[in-house]
Design a protein around this ligand. Structure first.
Ligand SMILES: CCCCC/C=C\C/C=C\C/C=C\C/C=C\C/C=C\C=C\C(=O)SCCNC(=O)CCNC(=O)[C@H](O)C(C)(C)COP(=O)(O)OP(=O)(O)OC[C@H]1O[C@@H](n2cnc3c(N)ncnc32)[C@H](O)[C@@H]1OP(=O)(O)O
Ligand SMILES: Cc1cc2nc3c(=O)[nH]c(=O)nc-3n(C[C@H](O)[C@H](O)[C@H](O)COP(=O)(O)OP(=O)(O)OC[C@H]3O[C@@H](n4cnc5c(N)ncnc54)[C@H](O)[C@@H]3O)c2cc1C
Length: 667
């Protein structure tokens, strides 16, 4: 059997690297300490058979789910027994690499209580949640409404005679539908419902509703709850018990309404705090900011697989070189693959920045400074939208870049895609989120003469200059100036936003006109987000990047920016800021960047430091021994458990042995 020469090829690839691999690993991990924790947790998971990912795509749903419960339980036990810190625990969960109920418990239930609960409520619920004596989920979406949170129908009606809320699901469409962890695991749900006091509807508020017995896990009286069914793909998101939930006049104590933003008194009086009600959406902001770095991780996994495999795989050849060519040598392969590699790096850098942005807004909120909240909302919503869409498409592109073998589950790519693609929908449908960004841009522009825009919208303060001056690039290397690049992205975004704002301003202000312009609004939001991504990638590079990796990061940064410029050339050209010739010059520069990436490509994906266990891919193996493992893998296929397939006697043999023409066949 041919071993594909994989080992030799990747060793040769690694020898070509022109940067400090270790420094890059530390940079991508977010620092030396994070790197050490990551390495330790990756090994811990890889060496523990309970966390094995083998056969995940072959398990029936019940077994898959039970196995995922086993892993989550074992993860929690490991965290406790080893006394792992929060950061270590999160890393452990990361390497277990399976969506599960604990994600929603730690990722949304707890943050929502922290953000919306009073101190007293936090003291009551958080200790229980921290020791997992209760398991919580985030029950917002209903059968009838997901994006339109204000349209939710579940009611929480206050009964002053008993000092309780009556939770009720009045219609089929009011059934809670989708919450992760709700289906089978949760004991409590954070329910978003319409608050009604004295027949008055005060809109959507959050309530903690016990849903399952803490004794035997059975649903509480008048609670109907279960799993919504099998989802897209094998394995993938099917380890999660997304659930449905209905209440039939279920009573919960008044104190179970989270009362930091609004209160209902014992006698039924509704009192709003002076804090913005948007803080009720805080858990979504928290998760959205985290999704950006997650996008980088998912994309980097797919890119690692595709780059390593492209260096191993050989097809055709040319007269000038002996043997067949590695497919990574082909320009078309590079032009599809290297921008994705650069994108994974870009999202990592921007993800780090998002963390600081989030930390800053939290500090301000604690000091009752709400001034940056709209910008942070626009930023988290927009970047969540762009990065998840690009990553989902990028994983699929990597699958195609691996040719036929990419279609096998052994490549790891189909399952990666299935697990990732719902990110385009959860935490806000990506189009809805871009429309939020567009509304923010319109509002900012409408106030620009009175209020100086700040943060990521600051460039809109220069709208006049950006609308009148054009791009000065006359030779390819003029593009290798970050201010020139940034100005191009700023001008394109400012002009797109101004154009649609002007069109709307000329109209009657009706909702119908707004709707008519939503495609342009979404495009302008995308332009704004692409500007943020490019500018923050540049900014991150300019702040203390170690010498041994700076050059490579610059190459990746230009690759990212040029590919964005070229992929969106239509928009750039339509704004009139750049010319066709300037785009052509950028294309040439991009090819030069590919030449610089090529010798470093394998090392650049090695720097993501994904273990073979975590990647779970025969194509993306570190040693490049692809063919041996694809071949060995086939013998794990259950159809090959017997040499003669089950079903032969009943169904194959009769076909083979009847020896008759089909009665009406003309064959
Ligand atoms: C073993 C243990 C180990 C440990 C394990 C560890 C842990 C794991 C850790 C982490 C994992 C974390 C999470 C899990 C990962 C994945 C998630 C999986 C599940 C997903 C869950 C969900 O999907 S939850 C449901 C999400 N739903 C949505 O996103 C709905 C989208 N819709 C909306 O956001 C809104 O309704 C709307 C904004 C689109 C529409 O609103 P509108 O009707 O216009 O709104 P309002 O009138 O309500 O508001 C308008 C004004 O409010 C501003 N605004 C809107 N949103 C926000 C916001 N989020 N923040 C701040 N401000 C906001 C908006 O701009 C308007 O402002 P103006 O009035 O000024 O214009
Ligand atoms: C795997 C997964 C896990 C989830 N986990 C949770 C959870 O834990 N808790 C929870 O509460 N929810 C959860 N959700 C639900 C999720 O948050 C919603 O599905 C999401 O917010 C989208 O809402 P929707 O399904 O109502 O889509 P819809 O809003 O019905 O979208 C359908 C289509 O209509 C378009 N559309 C809708 N409104 C407009 C508009 N105004 N303008 C233009 N286009 C529009 C959308 O862009 C989309 O293309 C989960 C969903 C998934 C898939």
């Amino acid at each position: 059997m041919q071993d594909g020469n994989g080992l030799d090829h990747l060793a040769g690839e690694r020898a070509m690297a022109q940067f400090d691999l270790q420094a890059m690993k530390v940079y991508l991990a977010g620092g030396q300490r994070e790197y050490e924790i990551s390495t330790k947790m990756a090994q811990l998971v890889a060496n523990d058979p309970v966390f094995s990912k083998e056969d995940r795509v072959r398990l029936a749903r019940k077994d898959l789910y039970k196995n995922s419960l086993r892993k989550a339980g074992h993860a929690w036990k490991t965290i406790l027994e080893k006394g792992l810190s929060e950061v270590e625990g999160l890393k452990l969960r990361h390497f277990v690499d399976e969506p599960t109920y604990t994600d929603l418990h730690w990722g949304m239930f707890i943050p929502a209580i922290k953000g919306q609960g009073t101190e007293e409520q936090q003291h009551k619920w958080l200790p229980l949640a921290y020791k997992m004596a209760i398991i919580g989920c985030y029950a917002q979406t209903e059968l009838g409404h997901g994006s339109n949170v204000q349209g939710l129908e579940t009611t929480a009606t206050f009964d002053p005679t008993t000092d309780e809320f009556i939770m009720h699901s009045p219609t089929v469409t009011s059934t809670k539908w989708w919450p992760g962890g709700l289906g089978k695991a949760s004991t409590h749900a954070l329910v978003y419902a319409r608050l009604i006091t004295d027949k008055k509807d005060h809109g959507i508020h959050a309530f903690i509703a016990p849903i399952r017995s803490l004794e035997d896990h059975t649903p509480l009286p008048n609670v109907t709850v279960g799993d919504i069914g099998v989802k897209f793909g094998n394995g993938g998101y099917n380890t999660m018990d997304n659930g449905f939930l209905r209440f039939d006049h279920v009573r919960i104590p008044r104190e179970n309404m989270l009362m930091r933003l609004a209160t209902v008194t014992k006698d039924g009086k509704y009192v709003r705090s002076n804090k913005p009600r948007q803080l009720g959406y805080g858990a979504m902001v928290f998760v959205r900011q985290g999704i950006v770095i997650d996008a980088s991780i998912y994309l980097s996994r797919a890119v690692t697989i595709a780059v390593r495999y492209s260096a191993v795989r050989r097809q055709f050849g040319n007269k000038d070189e002996p043997g067949e060519l590695q497919v990574i040598q082909y320009r078309t392969q590079q032009s599809r693959l290297f921008p994705l590699l650069a994108t994974a790096y870009a999202y990592r850098a921007v993800g780090f920045w998002m963390k600081s942005l989030y930390a800053d807004v939290m500090k301000r909120l604690n000091d009752n400074d709400f001034s940056t909240l709209p910008e942070v909302h626009a930023c988290t919503a927009g970047l969540k939208s762009i990065t998840t869409s690009v990553t989902a498409d990028g994983i699929e592109e990597c699958r195609k870049l691996c040719g036929g073998h990419g279609f096998l589950c052994a490549s790891g790519l189909p399952e990666l895609y299935a697990a990732y693609v719902p990110a385009c929908t959860y935490e806000g449908d990506n189009t809805i989120l871009l429309l939020q960004v567009a509304r923010f841009l319109l509002k900012t522009l409408s106030q620009v003469s009175k209020v100086r825009p700040v943060g990521t919208a600051a460039y809109l303060g220069n709208i006049k200059q950006l609308s009148t001056q054009n791009c000065k690039v006359s030779q390819g290397h003029d593009w290798l100036n970050t201010s020139v690049l940034l100005e191009a992205f700023e001008a394109r975004s400012a002009r797109q936003a101004a154009a649609v704002a002007l069109r709307l301003a000329k109209g009657s202000g009706s909702e119908a006109e707004f709707q008519e312009n939503t495609p342009e609004l979404v495009e302008s939001a995308r332009a704004h987000c692409q500007l943020i991504l490019v500018s923050k990638f540049i900014e991150q590079l300019q702040t203390g990047t170690p010498e041994g990796i700076r050059k490579q990061l610059e190459v990746l940064c230009y690759t990212y920016a040029f590919s964005q410029l070229i992929d969106n050339a239509g928009d750039f050209l339509a704004t009139g800021y750049v010319t066709g010739n300037q785009i052509a010059l950028a294309k040439e520069e991009l090819k030069h960047m590919f030449d610089k990436i090529r010798p470093n490509a394998v090392a650049l994906v090695d720097a993501f430091d994904h273990t073979d266990d975590y990647l779970g891919s025969a194509l993306g193996r570190y040693d490049g021994d692809v063919y041996t493992h694809l071949y060995k893998g086939a013998f794990k296929e259950s159809l090959n458990d017997t040499v003669v397939v089950d079903g032969y006697e009943e169904y194959l043999k009769p076909v083979l042995t009847q020896n008759l023409w089909a009665p009406h066949s003309k064959l």
